[in-house]
Ligand binder design. Structure first.
Ligand code: ADP
Ligand code: MG
Length: 256
């Protein structure tokens, strides 16, 4: 395509949002990530699939600096976040994270949950943060829940609030770890729909999920992880319709 810029390390304006290079992580003597390379461009949605224990969460945690890498490097934009001198708080402020178990603060209402980071981390004045928070909640159909406490919401609503909280400060990158796996099946759709909307709005997302039909529909790229190694990655068509590796075929066959 003419005019399209390619991603190139030589051109910092087009450097990827995330560049994971040769990341190794060992717990005790158990290698959990064994040389992970993963580049994520702006607006890309990358879905990690793989059996439980394959290292998906650990990979997401190294990106959010919840786990230290033993070897390799992780670049967030032009920042080497694995450099020991990297400022952990500043790095985390650039990344939105949602985990499996809704981690809303139970003693705070929905609006305070959504606006806390803007107010405390970025120093946004309360009125401004709340205006933005209310706008976000309205956009996801939870405008009337602003003053409710989390335990008054369904699991699906809580997870949507958790996502709203994660994007309230416009992070460069969103990490979603099995965000629907603790939900009753009938609540999964509303949460995944919200992720689809974030993609349409241009978010850059790395997510681990067991929802294969969602991965097929929404992912730009699917990455299959096994025992801490990326076995294969490609478009949903490439991975689900014509996987090249026997391991990938076996994994997908077991899901059917
Ligand atoms: P996944 O998210 O794909 O299910 P995880 O990244 O959670 O996989 O786990 C990968 C492996 O690392 C598993 O064998 C798990 O038991 C192990 N592991 C994860 N976190 C720790 C930890 N903090 N200490 C020791 N082992 C861990
Ligand atoms: Mg996990």
């Amino acid at each position: 395509m003419t005019g399209e810029q390619t991603t190139s390390a030589a051109n910092p304006r087009t450097s990827p949002v995330l560049d994971v290079r040769g990341v190794v992580k060992t717990f005790g003597d158990q290698p959990v990530l064994r040389g992970i390379d993963l580049t994520v461009d702006k607006h890309e949605v990358v879905v990690l699939i793989g059996a439980s224990g394959s290292g998906k969460s650990t990979l997401l945690k190294t990106i959010n600096l919840l786990e230290q890498v033993d070897d390799g490097q992780i670049m967030l934009g032009d920042t080497d976040i694995t450099d020991p001198s990297a400022n952990t708080d500043k790095v985390r402020a650039r990344i939105g994270v949602v985990f499996q178990h809704y981690n809303l603060f139970p003693h705070m209402n929905v609006l305070d949950n959504v606006t806390l980071a803007a107010r405390k981390v970025f120093g946004t004045p309360r009125a401004q943060a709340e205006a933005r928070g209310l706008e976000l909640l309205a956009r996801i159909g939870l405008g009337d829940k602003a003053k409710e406490f989390p335990d008054r919401l369904s699991g699906g609503q809580q997870q949507r609030v958790a996502i709203a909280r994660a994007i309230a400060t416009d992070p460069e990158l969103l990490l979603l770890d099995e965000i629907t796996s603790a939900l009753d099946p009938q609540l999964v759709g509303e949460v995944l729909d919200m992720v689809g909307e974030l993609k349409r709005a241009g978010s850059t997302i790395v997510m681990a999920t067991h929802e294969m039909s969602f991965a097929r529909r929404v992912a730009d790229r699917v990455v299959y992880l096994k025992d801490g190694v990326i076995i294969e990655s490609g478009t949903p068509e490439e991975i689900f319709e014509r996987p090249q590796r026997a391991e990938t075929r076996e994994f997908l066959a077991r899901l059917r």
